[in-house]
Write a protein that binds this ligand. Structure first.
Ligand SMILES: *Cc1c(COP(=O)(O)O)cnc(C)c1O
Length: 382
């Protein structure tokens, strides 16, 4: 076992500038709440993405909750969401007492299957129970195939919400990930492509909706000298200190994307030709940010299971994990409706065979070489 530090999947990667910004915040006593770094971070985020507005929040989950409220989702409504994702994508559907329905992935993008979505929408219309919103997720840095998904949402009059928590910095047909739906959500959690330690954002071209989100996220205070409330709000804003960290991080986003893409390519070059190993495919319509390098292991072909590879890395104090466990398989969502991709469930096969490798933008070449050699050894010594 190596005596040195654990290698994580995607640890925070600081630039050094963060401290300078934090010191500025301290010097001006803009520690909290809000302040000029929050305004600056929001302006820089919207200009980076090419959207009209951004609202900095204390998590991506809070951003999703607000997006659902703005989309008018309430008790008894249906929301369609990607099945293969992290639970934070869809848990806010439960916060608003709506019913989640899960849509499978497709094999070429690993993201929402337009064919399964179409089937689900057709059936919902026949039942007179169209969803109020569709939540599409961009997994591991790769955009879903937005054109057919947007077309379907338009045809059925359903609001699209884009979960770009893992895909900041990616593009789809030249347009930045996170800007395709009526609302987009981002995460700056510690493991994401850039981090504020914890944080998120809601982005949109609908400035009126963002103004309402801002009000809801700040305890729904009415304009008055005293504290006047007509509805229950939330305490969801990002502090000025954390926004300071975010500004330093956003300034280097392109470098972070570049580093993650290089890590993916090195893994692929070293391991891609081994029988039974398949890296997350590139559908060719854009640039993935490769937040995490993801691949599938076919045990029948390579003789080693995904879990054996995770164990081999763990022995050397290296973190690796399966892909997300699909929502329809989670005890929390037992009994929820699920629409498969034609030909069989893709998300469930990906979960069975899928592996995420350490992909931090600060991963050293020597560390990556070590990971590669452990995997090569495990795959060849069967
Ligand atoms: C991380 C993540 C979130 C949640 O973001 P938080 O900032 O941790 O609340 C939502 N969706 C996906 C797909 C994520 O990976």
């Amino acid at each position: 076992m190596r005596s040195n530090k654990r290698i994580y999947l995607s640890p925070p990667h600081m630039t050094g500038k963060e401290l300078q910004y934090i010191e500025e915040a301290f010097a001006s006593n803009w520690v909290a709440p809000l302040g000029p770094h929050v305004d600056g971070f929001e302006a820089e985020l919207s200009s980076y993405l090419g959207v009209k507005g951004a609202l900095a929040l204390n998590s991506g989950t809070a951003a999703m909750h607000l997006a659902l409220l703005l989309a008018g989702v309430g008790q008894g409504d249906r929301v369609f969401g990607s099945a293969l994702t992290f639970a934070a994508t869809v848990n806010p559907v439960l916060y608003v007492e709506a019913e989640p329905v899960f849509i499978d992935s497709e094999p070429v993008t690993w993201n929402m299957s337009p064919a399964a979505l179409e089937w689900a929408l057709k059936e919902a219309r026949a039942e007179g129970a169209l969803p109020r919103a569709v939540i599409v997720v961009n997994l591991y840095g790769q955009s879903a195939d937005m054109d057919p998904i947007l077309e379907l949402c338009e045809k059925y009059g359903v609001i699209l919400i884009e979960d770009a928590a893992e895909s900041l910095g990616a593009t789809y047909r030249g347009q930045k990930s996170g800007t395709f739906g009526r609302f987009g959500i981002l995460s700056f959690n510690g493991n994401k492509i850039i981090t504020t330690s914890g944080g998120g954002a809601l982005v949109s071209d609908d400035l009126d909706a963002l103004a309402r989100a801002r009000y809801l996220a700040s305890q729904a205070r009415q304009k008055a000298r005293h504290y006047e409330h007509t509805e229950a709000g939330y305490n969801y804003r990002l502090s000025n200190i954390l926004a300071a960290i975010g500004r330093a991080q956003l300034a280097v986003i392109e470098k972070r994307v570049e580093a993650k893409r290089n890590i993916f390519m090195r893994y692929q070059k070293a391991l891609g030709a081994i029988e039974g190993i398949r890296f997350m495919p590139d559908p060719g319509y854009g640039r993935s940010s490769h937040w995490l390098t993801a691949l599938t292991i076919d045990q029948d072909k390579c003789g080693v299971s995904r879990d054996q590879l995770i164990d081999a890395l763990e022995e050397e104090n290296i973190e690796a994990r399966p892909l997300w466990k699909p929502m329809q398989l989670q005890p929390l969502y037992r009994g929820a409706k699920y629409y498969e991709h034609p030909g069989g469930s893709v998300s469930e096969t990906l979960f069975e065979k899928g592996l995420c490798l350490p992909s931090g933008s600060s991963l050293e070449v020597e560390e990556q070489d070590l990971i590669i050699s452990i995997l090569q050894h495990a795959l060849h010594s069967r």
